[in-house]
Ligand binder design. Structure first.
Ligand SMILES: [Zn+2]
Length: 435
């Protein structure tokens, strides 16, 4: 349990948090232990608002992230976790993210029904009292603090170190180890839908997924920047829950097809189980590998990516990693998605690879070759295996009108190679973990 007064003191305040990219001027060893603080909480609400209810804190192995780049420079994600020095207000750590709740609130049910979603954040363990702030992107497109938790870490740290139940649940398999976890992107593959008799297949599937993760550019070129860990854990039975086929399986992390009414949307809402499976394994990003040949998957920024083992998993996985690691938007059009209409066209969308042309200079304008018309006429003759010339093509972010993408074809549209705009952002994100 968390300190009593830490729970009682919620400060619900709407402080304008500023959007200036944070300088990386925080000396890690002065402010943090080399340890991960995992916080489990519920986000409860609907389209009209949501609240944070913190449930527990845990010591979760060494810190896997960078020791030099603690603040998030991207201003991407509907939500952001920010750690501030309680005395000075200095921002010590920040990370933007999205979650299933952000999609739920755009579904028809999300208009009124209150629902609780499990969420987990992993942050470096502070050495001195801090405010842990949950921020949300407001309608004014600025981040506002929705809940600030005063956290007194030293006593908790001493208590946690003494606890004997902090065991590694599953000794991870090193699928690829390239060195120092502070200078590598540590990706954890969690197998889902494997029963006790499937261990051999599970280990070989994890090898395959490691290849899919590193198989396409820009991941391939940066392969040496990744450590890849596999969790050799099984559930009670084989298979994945699929309501459309009447299949219900008691699996390791409770994933299911049919999320928010979309057959192919394969996700889990059981974030606590997921992070329990990861245990103390160094973790910057999560992949859930689903033991099913039915098409499906999903990816949410700094949350997790998921894909089944279907015939095009080598392309689905990089697409979902585009969401979960890169914070990239879908570049395709699908106006029937119940959870898709998240882009307000009077602002620039926060994702780097689509634009409403409201402030295009903040997007890829500087990368455009001279003389390219804005918008750029669609060229349907471009081969699907090529991007085509960089431009500003209408139809992106699920919308046929009013949102634009950089190329004709991209991994984020139709599994073509990542376009130059998406590749650039992915490489920027990689470098946040490798210095
Ligand atoms: Zn793209």
């Amino acid at each position: 349990m968390m300190k009593k007064h830490a729970i009682i003191f919620f400060l619900i305040c709407a402080i304008f948090s500023g959007e200036v990219a944070q300088a990386q001027n925080v000396k890690f060893s002065r402010y943090f232990h080399n340890a991960t603080l995992r916080i489990d909480y519920l986000r409860e609400g609907n389209r009209h608002g949501n609240t944070i209810r913190v449930l527990r804190d845990q010591l979760c192995g060494p810190w896997a992230g960078s020791l030099k780049q603690l603040n998030d420079p991207f201003n991407n994600g509907f939500f952001r976790i920010v750690v501030k020095d309680i005395e000075t207000g200095k921002r010590l750590y920040s990370r933007g993210y999205n979650s299933l709740f952000a999609e739920y609130r755009d579904t028809p049910e999300g208009a009124d029904s209150m629902v609780s979603f499990e969420e987990v954040v992993r942050i470096p363990w502070p050495k001195q009292p801090v405010l842990i702030c949950w921020e949300e992107l407001g309608e004014d497109h600025h981040y506002h603090t929705q809940y600030a938790l005063p956290y007194y870490p030293e006593e908790r740290y001493a208590q946690m170190l003494k606890r004997s139940d902090l065991v590694l649940y599953h000794e991870p398999v090193k699928l690829q180890y390239k060195g120092n976890i502070h200078k590598k992107i540590d990706v954890v593959i969690v197998p889902e839908g494997y029963g006790p008799a499937d261990t051999t297949k599970m280990l070989s599937d994890m090898e395959k997924f490691c290849e899919f993760l590193l198989g396409k550019e820009p991941f391939k070129e940066h392969s040496d920047d990744f450590n890849v860990w596999g969790i050799p854990a099984t559930g009670e039975a084989t298979g994945i829950t699929n309501p459309a086929e009447g299949v219900q399986v008691n699996s390791l992390v409770g994933a299911s097809y049919g999320t928010f009414g979309a057959d192919r949307y394969l996700m889990t809402q059981m974030l606590f189980k997921l992070h329990d499976a990861i245990g103390l394994t160094p973790c910057d990003h999560i992949i859930i590998m689903a033991n099913s040949d039915t098409y499906g998957g999903g990816g949410i920024y700094n949350f997790y990516a998921m894909s089944s083992l279907n015939s095009i998993a080598d392309r689905i996985l990089p697409h979902e990693l585009g969401h979960s690691i890169g914070g990239l938007a879908d570049e395709y059009v699908d106006e029937n998605l119940s959870y898709g209409d998240t882009h307000v066209k009077t602002f620039e969308p926060m994702e780097p690879n689509i634009t409403s042309l409201v402030e295009f200079d903040k997007k890829w304008q500087a990368m455009l070759p001279e003389g390219v018309p804005i918008p750029t006429p669609v060229d349907t003759l471009v081969n699907r295996k090529e991007n085509g010339p960089l431009g500003v093509y209408e139809g992106a972010g699920y919308q046929a009108k009013g949102l634009y993408r950089p190329v004709m074809h991209c991994m984020m549209r139709d599994y073509a190679p990542f376009c130059p705009v998406c590749s650039k952002r992915l490489e920027e994100v990689f470098s946040l973990y490798t210095k």
